[in-house]
Design a protein. Sequence first.
Length: 229
Amino acid sequence: MEIKPIRSQTKQELFVQQVEDWIFSGQLKPGDSLPSERTLAEQMEVSRSVINRGLNQLAQLKLIRVNPQSGSTVNDYFKEGDLQTLNELLHYTRGHYDPALLRSMYQARQLVEGEIVRLVSTSITKAQAAQLRNIVDDFALSDQQSGEFLYRFFHQLAIDADNQVYPLLISSFHSVYVVLGGWNSTKKGREKIIQLNRRLVRALAGHRTAEAVKIHRELIRWSLNDLLR
């Protein structure tokens, strides 16, 4: 059971969520114009400063473009967005998610993580293998959320790959791991993740590159299929 703090949302947060809902649900499409700040403030019964700060936040997320002279327009966030945009999109699910987006995410995971697995398998030390086993054992003996475990596991693998960019890249996907892994967090899902990651560690420790890459692909394939059921 995951217990989260209870907090009330600010008017700005509620406004941002409302506009995200319009965009992600398709009610607002790329190129569409938002109502003016004055109109939004009057109809939502909040101050213009709330609307202005919210619009600037949406612009930072690459969801809209704020044009001082002509108002705000909706971006094509798949073309103009970044990791912040992706994180917002993944958190906007309400129990529903787009299969095409998930497939794209897991293709990206397989590409990046697969190369990390390949690199580590050629140079892993006994100490590094022991640390990876401990990470899996800690997960198996705790109620840690699957997404946090997968993030911790692959972040450590990225460090072990001895590449300065890979750990930063995995870190930037932290919330993505948490969201996607959370959807795999059934009892059977946890058991499958533990099983596959233990097999992966054994293959890595034995410097069996082809086997390690194959197990990683199996993990990616299982996780995606579990979400698409």
